[in-house]
Design a protein around this ligand. Structure first.
Ligand SMILES: [Zn+2]
Length: 321
């Protein structure tokens, strides 16, 4: 099972995203790239190498509703009779994408970024980046969406794959596990390098933001426990020895978390100065992934009771306990 490797726009800084193809007993495509002409062409070329055209696709299965994984689902549906299968948590991002993206932008603008105390130009660049992301998808008509349960079973390639909910990188992240072949379609839950815990707007009814990195670390436990021969990730090449990869990521997370604690203990109390210390090697305008990681380390430290978070002059402040 070789991934179809689809080029992503250079400004995303991710390189390529994978899609996976099952041709029998029906054509199933797992993940669908981002909405750009280059990505569409790469997808059509990749399918053609297997003798498949977009119109042959019966089902598109989405691992998580980030734009690089579902952006072209709407176009595939328009050019075929395919249905789009996505977890019940992800389904709204297909049918009501515009409203949810608007909600996220408002959350970032009026709440999350507002309390970080970042320079105005960094805030503006970040918001503009999110606005651009929101344009990289085509919506999928509701009648073509088939939501699956977070602990459901998917038939793909003549085998039953278990759906496992593994939030962290994304709250609606699912992976697909085939126990007999010991294969794991890990999406962005497990990559060769640690995926970034994306800060999302609080779910409806929740008191506040869900701390994504602590949640991700707990999802690592779930994936680690699986008996896996080969991991088929959302980016990069398939790999083996998932427990070694996970051990390395845990180590790296712990090391960076402790570095962060060291800076807080040294008196760096606000996100901008912590970001400068932790991500000095990245230009300020392209530090969104770094910002998400930093928030994750702080969430870990707050959860462990090593750091206290308080609001002072409307800006988050972090102090060592
Ligand atoms: Zn991705």
């Amino acid at each position: 099972m070789e991934p179809l490797r689809l080029d992503l726009p250079a400004d995303l800084g991710i390189g390529q995203v994978n899609a996976y193809l099952f041709t029998q007993p029906e054509v199933v495509l797992v993940d669908a790239g981002i909405k750009t002409d280059a990505c569409w062409e790469a997808l059509v070329d990749g399918l053609a190498q297997h003798g498949i055209a977009p119109a042959d696709i019966a089902r598109v299965v989405i691992t998580h509703t980030h734009v690089d994984h579902y952006g072209l689902a709407g176009r595939l549906v328009a050019e075929s009779d395919a249905t789009v299968w996505v977890s019940e948590l992800g389904a709204p991002w297909l049918s009501a994408a515009e409203a949810l993206w608007h909600e996220r932008l408002v959350y970032y603008r009026d709440d999350f970024l507002r309390h970080l105390g970042l320079p105005a130009d960094v805030v503006a660049v970040t918001l503009h980046g999110l606005e651009l992301l929101a344009t990289r998808i085509d919506p999928v008509p509701a009648e073509r969406i088939v939501p699956f349960h977070l602990d459901g079973i998917l038939q793909m390639g003549g085998q039953a794959w278990q759906v496992i909910h593994t939030p962290g990188h994304a709250s609606m992240q699912t992976v697909f596990y085939q126990p007999e072949a010991r294969r794991l379609l890990s999406a962005d839950m497990l990559l060769a390098v640690t995926p970034t815990p994306v800060v999302e707007q609080p779910p409806p009814g929740a008191g506040g933001r869900v701390p994504a990195l602590p949640v991700f670390v707990r999802s690592l436990d779930v994936v680690e426990a699986l008996d896996v021969a080969t991991v088929y990730p959302g980016h990069g090449r398939p790999f083996t020895d998932h427990r070694r990869v996970i051990a390395r990521q845990r180590e790296r997370i712990a090391q960076r978390r402790d570095e962060c604690l060291g800076y807080v203990r040294a008196g760096l109390a606000r996100v901008p100065e912590l970001l400068d210390a932790m991500y000095a090697h990245q230009p300020p305008a392209t530090r969104l992934a770094g910002l998400w990681m930093l928030i994750g380390y702080l969430d870990l430290l707050v959860e462990a009771g090593q750091v206290r978070q308080s609001l002072e002059d409307d800006i988050w402040r972090f102090t060592a306990v």
